[in-house]
Design a protein around this ligand. Structure first.
Ligand code: NAD
Length: 356
Protein backbone atom coordinates (compact mmCIF):
# COMPACT_ATOMS: atom_id res chain seq x y z
CA UNK A 1 0.00 0.00 0.00
CA UNK A 2 1.17 3.53 -0.82
CA UNK A 3 0.31 6.37 1.52
CA UNK A 4 0.84 10.13 1.32
CA UNK A 5 1.02 11.93 4.68
CA UNK A 6 0.63 15.70 4.43
CA UNK A 7 2.31 17.70 7.18
CA UNK A 8 4.65 14.75 7.63
CA UNK A 9 7.38 16.83 9.28
CA UNK A 10 5.00 17.96 12.04
CA UNK A 11 4.57 16.22 15.37
CA UNK A 12 1.63 14.03 14.42
CA UNK A 13 2.68 13.38 10.81
CA UNK A 14 6.21 12.31 11.73
CA UNK A 15 5.08 10.19 14.68
CA UNK A 16 2.45 8.44 12.57
CA UNK A 17 4.85 7.81 9.69
CA UNK A 18 7.55 6.24 11.87
CA UNK A 19 5.17 4.22 14.06
CA UNK A 20 3.19 2.96 11.07
CA UNK A 21 6.37 1.80 9.29
CA UNK A 22 7.42 -0.04 12.46
CA UNK A 23 4.18 -2.03 12.47
CA UNK A 24 4.04 -2.45 8.67
CA UNK A 25 7.52 -2.32 7.09
CA UNK A 26 6.00 -3.14 3.67
CA UNK A 27 4.24 0.20 3.53
CA UNK A 28 5.45 2.89 1.10
CA UNK A 29 5.10 6.34 2.65
CA UNK A 30 5.48 9.65 0.84
CA UNK A 31 5.38 12.91 2.72
CA UNK A 32 4.51 16.48 1.79
CA UNK A 33 5.39 19.47 3.98
CA UNK A 34 6.12 23.15 3.43
CA UNK A 35 8.10 23.30 6.73
CA UNK A 36 6.14 26.36 7.84
CA UNK A 37 5.93 25.11 11.43
CA UNK A 38 9.01 26.10 13.36
CA UNK A 39 10.88 22.92 14.31
CA UNK A 40 9.46 20.71 11.56
CA UNK A 41 12.73 20.98 9.62
CA UNK A 42 14.32 18.92 12.43
CA UNK A 43 12.29 15.83 11.45
CA UNK A 44 13.44 15.65 7.84
CA UNK A 45 16.60 13.62 8.36
CA UNK A 46 15.08 10.91 10.54
CA UNK A 47 12.09 10.55 8.19
CA UNK A 48 14.42 10.15 5.22
CA UNK A 49 16.47 7.59 7.15
CA UNK A 50 13.25 5.60 7.67
CA UNK A 51 13.01 5.31 3.88
CA UNK A 52 10.28 7.91 3.44
CA UNK A 53 10.38 10.06 0.30
CA UNK A 54 9.75 13.68 1.20
CA UNK A 55 8.35 16.35 -1.09
CA UNK A 56 8.76 20.00 -0.19
CA UNK A 57 5.42 21.45 -1.16
CA UNK A 58 2.50 23.55 -0.04
CA UNK A 59 -1.10 22.34 0.16
CA UNK A 60 -2.24 25.76 -1.00
CA UNK A 61 -0.50 25.29 -4.38
CA UNK A 62 -2.35 22.97 -6.78
CA UNK A 63 0.81 22.65 -8.89
CA UNK A 64 2.72 21.18 -5.92
CA UNK A 65 0.52 18.08 -6.28
CA UNK A 66 1.47 17.56 -9.92
CA UNK A 67 4.81 15.90 -9.16
CA UNK A 68 3.45 13.62 -6.41
CA UNK A 69 3.23 9.92 -7.27
CA UNK A 70 -0.20 8.26 -7.13
CA UNK A 71 -1.08 6.66 -3.80
CA UNK A 72 -3.84 4.49 -2.31
CA UNK A 73 -4.49 6.74 0.71
CA UNK A 74 -3.84 10.30 1.88
CA UNK A 75 -3.65 11.06 5.60
CA UNK A 76 -3.99 14.80 6.17
CA UNK A 77 -1.86 15.92 9.11
CA UNK A 78 -1.05 19.42 7.81
CA UNK A 79 -2.72 22.49 9.24
CA UNK A 80 -2.42 25.72 11.12
CA UNK A 81 -3.55 23.77 14.16
CA UNK A 82 -4.29 26.39 16.82
CA UNK A 83 -7.53 27.77 18.13
CA UNK A 84 -5.80 31.17 18.07
CA UNK A 85 -4.73 30.84 14.41
CA UNK A 86 -5.86 33.84 12.40
CA UNK A 87 -6.55 36.01 15.45
CA UNK A 88 -3.24 36.10 17.32
CA UNK A 89 -1.44 38.41 14.90
CA UNK A 90 0.95 35.66 13.78
CA UNK A 91 -1.19 34.41 10.89
CA UNK A 92 -4.00 36.18 9.09
CA UNK A 93 -7.54 34.83 8.95
CA UNK A 94 -7.18 34.39 5.19
CA UNK A 95 -4.01 32.33 5.66
CA UNK A 96 -5.77 29.96 8.06
CA UNK A 97 -8.56 29.40 5.54
CA UNK A 98 -6.03 28.91 2.74
CA UNK A 99 -3.95 26.37 4.68
CA UNK A 100 -6.77 24.46 6.35
CA UNK A 101 -9.61 24.62 3.84
CA UNK A 102 -8.25 25.52 0.39
CA UNK A 103 -5.48 23.01 1.16
CA UNK A 104 -8.11 20.32 1.78
CA UNK A 105 -9.72 21.06 -1.60
CA UNK A 106 -6.38 20.52 -3.34
CA UNK A 107 -5.89 17.20 -1.51
CA UNK A 108 -9.42 16.10 -2.45
CA UNK A 109 -8.80 16.93 -6.10
CA UNK A 110 -5.65 14.82 -5.92
CA UNK A 111 -7.64 11.95 -4.32
CA UNK A 112 -10.27 12.25 -7.05
CA UNK A 113 -7.59 12.14 -9.76
CA UNK A 114 -5.95 9.01 -8.38
CA UNK A 115 -8.94 7.30 -6.73
CA UNK A 116 -7.12 7.54 -3.40
CA UNK A 117 -8.92 7.26 -0.06
CA UNK A 118 -8.75 10.19 2.35
CA UNK A 119 -8.43 10.36 6.13
CA UNK A 120 -8.80 13.78 7.72
CA UNK A 121 -7.29 14.30 11.15
CA UNK A 122 -9.92 16.70 12.38
CA UNK A 123 -10.24 18.20 15.84
CA UNK A 124 -12.34 18.46 19.00
CA UNK A 125 -12.37 22.16 18.18
CA UNK A 126 -15.30 21.57 15.82
CA UNK A 127 -17.50 21.48 18.94
CA UNK A 128 -19.37 24.58 20.07
CA UNK A 129 -17.41 26.77 22.47
CA UNK A 130 -20.50 28.51 23.85
CA UNK A 131 -22.28 25.23 24.57
CA UNK A 132 -19.18 23.84 26.29
CA UNK A 133 -18.55 27.03 28.24
CA UNK A 134 -22.18 26.99 29.40
CA UNK A 135 -21.85 23.62 31.14
CA UNK A 136 -21.63 23.93 34.94
CA UNK A 137 -18.39 22.59 36.43
CA UNK A 138 -17.06 22.50 39.97
CA UNK A 139 -13.63 21.71 41.42
CA UNK A 140 -13.14 18.36 43.07
CA UNK A 141 -9.64 18.29 44.48
CA UNK A 142 -7.48 20.01 41.85
CA UNK A 143 -9.70 19.41 38.80
CA UNK A 144 -13.09 20.43 37.46
CA UNK A 145 -15.78 17.84 36.99
CA UNK A 146 -19.27 18.31 35.56
CA UNK A 147 -21.56 19.59 38.32
CA UNK A 148 -24.07 16.88 39.18
CA UNK A 149 -27.81 17.44 38.87
CA UNK A 150 -27.72 19.68 35.77
CA UNK A 151 -29.43 19.03 32.43
CA UNK A 152 -26.52 18.30 30.09
CA UNK A 153 -26.65 19.33 26.41
CA UNK A 154 -27.11 16.53 23.85
CA UNK A 155 -23.88 14.60 23.25
CA UNK A 156 -22.32 15.33 26.65
CA UNK A 157 -21.85 12.98 29.59
CA UNK A 158 -19.23 12.45 32.29
CA UNK A 159 -17.49 10.20 29.74
CA UNK A 160 -16.99 13.26 27.51
CA UNK A 161 -18.20 14.79 24.27
CA UNK A 162 -19.62 12.49 21.65
CA UNK A 163 -20.07 13.12 17.94
CA UNK A 164 -23.62 14.50 18.26
CA UNK A 165 -22.51 17.39 20.49
CA UNK A 166 -23.30 20.80 18.96
CA UNK A 167 -20.95 22.11 16.28
CA UNK A 168 -22.71 25.49 16.29
CA UNK A 169 -20.69 28.71 16.05
CA UNK A 170 -18.52 29.95 17.69
CA UNK A 171 -15.97 27.18 17.15
CA UNK A 172 -12.95 29.37 16.17
CA UNK A 173 -11.54 29.90 12.69
CA UNK A 174 -9.46 26.74 13.15
CA UNK A 175 -12.50 24.67 14.14
CA UNK A 176 -14.62 26.06 11.31
CA UNK A 177 -11.99 25.33 8.63
CA UNK A 178 -11.80 21.76 9.93
CA UNK A 179 -15.59 21.37 10.04
CA UNK A 180 -15.89 22.75 6.50
CA UNK A 181 -13.11 20.35 5.43
CA UNK A 182 -15.04 17.45 6.93
CA UNK A 183 -18.19 18.34 4.95
CA UNK A 184 -16.28 18.80 1.70
CA UNK A 185 -14.33 15.58 2.17
CA UNK A 186 -17.48 13.51 2.73
CA UNK A 187 -19.11 15.11 -0.30
CA UNK A 188 -16.10 14.51 -2.58
CA UNK A 189 -15.94 10.91 -1.40
CA UNK A 190 -19.66 10.34 -2.11
CA UNK A 191 -19.58 12.14 -5.46
CA UNK A 192 -16.40 10.66 -6.87
CA UNK A 193 -16.50 7.26 -5.20
CA UNK A 194 -13.48 7.19 -2.90
CA UNK A 195 -13.48 6.26 0.80
CA UNK A 196 -13.29 9.04 3.40
CA UNK A 197 -12.90 8.74 7.17
CA UNK A 198 -12.97 11.69 9.56
CA UNK A 199 -11.09 11.19 12.83
CA UNK A 200 -11.81 14.03 15.25
CA UNK A 201 -8.79 14.08 17.55
CA UNK A 202 -8.72 15.60 21.01
CA UNK A 203 -5.41 16.79 22.41
CA UNK A 204 -2.54 14.71 21.01
CA UNK A 205 0.62 14.58 23.07
CA UNK A 206 3.99 12.86 23.12
CA UNK A 207 7.72 13.32 22.77
CA UNK A 208 8.75 15.54 19.90
CA UNK A 209 5.69 17.76 20.02
CA UNK A 210 6.48 21.39 19.27
CA UNK A 211 4.90 22.80 22.43
CA UNK A 212 3.28 26.19 22.59
CA UNK A 213 0.67 27.34 25.11
CA UNK A 214 -2.01 27.45 22.38
CA UNK A 215 -1.11 24.07 20.87
CA UNK A 216 0.74 21.19 22.46
CA UNK A 217 -0.11 22.23 26.02
CA UNK A 218 1.19 19.03 27.68
CA UNK A 219 4.58 19.29 25.96
CA UNK A 220 4.74 23.03 26.53
CA UNK A 221 3.91 22.78 30.23
CA UNK A 222 6.38 19.98 30.96
CA UNK A 223 9.22 21.64 29.03
CA UNK A 224 8.53 25.06 30.57
CA UNK A 225 8.25 23.61 34.09
CA UNK A 226 11.53 21.72 33.75
CA UNK A 227 13.31 24.90 32.55
CA UNK A 228 11.67 26.96 35.34
CA UNK A 229 10.05 29.31 32.82
CA UNK A 230 7.17 31.50 34.04
CA UNK A 231 3.88 29.59 33.94
CA UNK A 232 0.38 30.97 34.52
CA UNK A 233 -3.01 29.35 35.03
CA UNK A 234 -5.23 31.46 32.77
CA UNK A 235 -8.94 31.87 33.44
CA UNK A 236 -11.49 29.94 35.52
CA UNK A 237 -10.33 31.41 38.84
CA UNK A 238 -6.62 31.09 37.94
CA UNK A 239 -6.24 27.78 39.79
CA UNK A 240 -5.49 25.49 36.86
CA UNK A 241 -8.60 23.36 37.35
CA UNK A 242 -9.37 23.17 33.62
CA UNK A 243 -9.34 19.58 32.32
CA UNK A 244 -8.28 17.96 29.02
CA UNK A 245 -7.67 14.40 27.98
CA UNK A 246 -4.78 13.45 25.74
CA UNK A 247 -3.79 10.68 23.37
CA UNK A 248 -0.47 9.56 21.94
CA UNK A 249 -0.59 9.87 18.12
CA UNK A 250 1.09 6.47 17.71
CA UNK A 251 -2.16 5.01 19.11
CA UNK A 252 -3.81 6.18 15.87
CA UNK A 253 -1.82 3.67 13.83
CA UNK A 254 -4.05 0.72 14.79
CA UNK A 255 -7.06 2.78 13.68
CA UNK A 256 -5.48 3.88 10.38
CA UNK A 257 -4.51 0.29 9.65
CA UNK A 258 -8.15 -0.77 9.92
CA UNK A 259 -9.55 2.24 8.06
CA UNK A 260 -7.18 1.76 5.12
CA UNK A 261 -7.76 -2.00 4.81
CA UNK A 262 -9.30 -2.93 1.43
CA UNK A 263 -13.10 -2.77 1.56
CA UNK A 264 -13.18 -1.49 5.16
CA UNK A 265 -16.64 -0.38 6.26
CA UNK A 266 -18.07 1.11 9.44
CA UNK A 267 -21.46 2.46 10.47
CA UNK A 268 -20.07 5.99 10.99
CA UNK A 269 -17.79 8.09 8.81
CA UNK A 270 -17.05 10.61 11.59
CA UNK A 271 -15.62 9.44 14.90
CA UNK A 272 -14.00 10.96 17.95
CA UNK A 273 -10.58 9.71 18.97
CA UNK A 274 -9.11 10.73 22.27
CA UNK A 275 -7.74 9.42 25.52
CA UNK A 276 -11.03 9.78 27.39
CA UNK A 277 -11.52 9.88 31.17
CA UNK A 278 -8.55 7.60 31.88
CA UNK A 279 -6.23 10.05 30.10
CA UNK A 280 -7.66 13.31 31.50
CA UNK A 281 -6.06 15.69 33.95
CA UNK A 282 -6.15 19.34 34.95
CA UNK A 283 -3.28 21.80 34.58
CA UNK A 284 -2.93 21.85 38.40
CA UNK A 285 -2.64 18.05 38.38
CA UNK A 286 -0.05 18.29 35.60
CA UNK A 287 1.92 20.77 37.74
CA UNK A 288 1.74 18.33 40.67
CA UNK A 289 3.12 15.61 38.37
CA UNK A 290 5.92 17.97 37.30
CA UNK A 291 6.68 18.82 40.93
CA UNK A 292 7.12 15.12 41.76
CA UNK A 293 9.29 14.63 38.66
CA UNK A 294 11.38 17.83 38.60
CA UNK A 295 10.97 19.54 42.00
CA UNK A 296 9.12 22.70 42.98
CA UNK A 297 8.32 25.59 40.63
CA UNK A 298 5.73 28.28 41.26
CA UNK A 299 2.81 28.80 38.87
CA UNK A 300 1.03 32.17 38.80
CA UNK A 301 -2.75 32.58 38.48
CA UNK A 302 -4.70 34.95 36.24
CA UNK A 303 -8.47 34.55 36.61
CA UNK A 304 -9.40 36.57 33.47
CA UNK A 305 -11.19 34.47 30.86
CA UNK A 306 -9.88 34.52 27.28
CA UNK A 307 -11.88 33.91 24.13
CA UNK A 308 -12.02 30.25 23.12
CA UNK A 309 -11.15 28.99 26.63
CA UNK A 310 -13.18 26.07 27.93
CA UNK A 311 -13.04 24.57 31.42
CA UNK A 312 -13.58 20.89 30.65
CA UNK A 313 -13.15 18.90 27.46
CA UNK A 314 -12.84 15.14 27.36
CA UNK A 315 -13.35 13.14 24.18
CA UNK A 316 -15.79 10.26 24.34
CA UNK A 317 -14.38 7.78 21.82
CA UNK A 318 -16.86 4.98 22.43
CA UNK A 319 -18.10 5.16 18.81
CA UNK A 320 -14.52 4.52 17.62
CA UNK A 321 -14.54 1.52 19.95
CA UNK A 322 -17.83 0.25 18.50
CA UNK A 323 -16.90 0.89 14.86
CA UNK A 324 -13.26 -0.17 14.85
CA UNK A 325 -12.62 -1.88 18.21
CA UNK A 326 -10.21 1.02 18.77
CA UNK A 327 -9.05 2.24 22.13
CA UNK A 328 -6.04 4.21 23.45
CA UNK A 329 -3.01 2.04 24.15
CA UNK A 330 -0.38 4.35 25.67
CA UNK A 331 -1.20 5.14 29.33
CA UNK A 332 -1.28 8.80 30.41
CA UNK A 333 1.68 8.32 32.76
CA UNK A 334 3.79 6.93 29.89
CA UNK A 335 2.92 9.90 27.68
CA UNK A 336 3.99 12.35 30.40
CA UNK A 337 7.18 10.43 31.17
CA UNK A 338 8.06 10.23 27.47
CA UNK A 339 7.68 14.02 27.12
CA UNK A 340 9.74 14.57 30.30
CA UNK A 341 12.60 12.39 29.06
CA UNK A 342 12.56 14.13 25.69
CA UNK A 343 12.58 17.54 27.44
CA UNK A 344 15.59 16.50 29.53
CA UNK A 345 17.49 15.46 26.41
CA UNK A 346 16.57 18.62 24.47
CA UNK A 347 17.23 21.70 26.60
CA UNK A 348 16.35 24.14 23.78
CA UNK A 349 13.11 22.43 22.73
CA UNK A 350 10.84 25.40 23.43
CA UNK A 351 13.12 27.75 21.49
CA UNK A 352 13.14 25.22 18.62
CA UNK A 353 9.32 25.19 18.77
CA UNK A 354 9.17 28.95 18.42
CA UNK A 355 8.54 29.93 22.04
CA UNK A 356 10.64 33.03 22.90
N1 NAD B 1 -1.63 18.19 18.10
C1 NAD B 1 -2.87 18.10 18.52
O1 NAD B 1 -3.15 18.15 19.73
C2 NAD B 1 -3.99 17.91 17.52
C3 NAD B 1 -5.29 17.72 17.99
C4 NAD B 1 -6.32 17.54 17.07
C5 NAD B 1 -6.06 17.55 15.71
N2 NAD B 1 -4.79 17.75 15.28
C6 NAD B 1 -4.55 17.78 13.83
O2 NAD B 1 -3.43 16.98 13.52
C7 NAD B 1 -2.71 17.57 12.45
C8 NAD B 1 -1.25 17.69 12.82
O3 NAD B 1 -1.08 18.49 13.97
P1 NAD B 1 0.35 18.65 14.64
O4 NAD B 1 0.16 18.79 16.08
O5 NAD B 1 1.26 17.62 14.11
O6 NAD B 1 0.79 20.07 14.06
P2 NAD B 1 2.26 20.53 13.64
O7 NAD B 1 2.21 22.02 13.55
O8 NAD B 1 3.28 19.91 14.51
O9 NAD B 1 2.43 19.91 12.18
C9 NAD B 1 1.76 20.40 11.06
C10 NAD B 1 2.69 20.25 9.87
O10 NAD B 1 1.99 20.70 8.71
C11 NAD B 1 2.87 21.51 7.93
N3 NAD B 1 2.03 22.42 7.16
C12 NAD B 1 1.24 23.42 7.62
N4 NAD B 1 0.63 24.04 6.60
C13 NAD B 1 1.04 23.40 5.47
C14 NAD B 1 0.76 23.60 4.10
N5 NAD B 1 -0.06 24.58 3.66
N6 NAD B 1 1.33 22.77 3.20
C15 NAD B 1 2.17 21.77 3.60
N7 NAD B 1 2.49 21.56 4.89
C16 NAD B 1 1.92 22.37 5.81
C17 NAD B 1 3.77 22.20 8.95
O11 NAD B 1 5.00 22.63 8.40
C18 NAD B 1 3.96 21.10 9.99
O12 NAD B 1 5.11 20.32 9.70
C19 NAD B 1 -3.38 18.92 12.15
O13 NAD B 1 -4.22 18.77 11.04
C20 NAD B 1 -4.20 19.18 13.37
O14 NAD B 1 -5.35 19.93 13.06
C21 NAD B 1 -3.75 17.93 16.14
Amino acid sequence: MKVLITGICGFVGSTLAKSWLETDPGLTIYGLDNLIRQGSEANRTSLRKSGIRLFHGDLRMPSDFETLPPVDWVIDAAASPSVLAGVDGRTSSRQVVEHNLAGTVNILEYCKRHGAGFILLSTSRVYSITTLAGVAVEPVGEAFRLSPGQMLPPGLSAAGISENFSTGSPISLYGSTKLASEILALEYGETFGFPVWIDRCGVLAGAGQFGRPDQGIFAYWINAYLRRKPLTYLGFGGKGHQVRDCLHPRDLVSLLTKQTAPGATAPARIINVGGGESHAMSLAELSAWCKDRFGAHGVAGDPGIRRFDIPWLIMNASLAGNCWAWRPQTPLQSILEEIAQHAEKNPCWLELSGVP
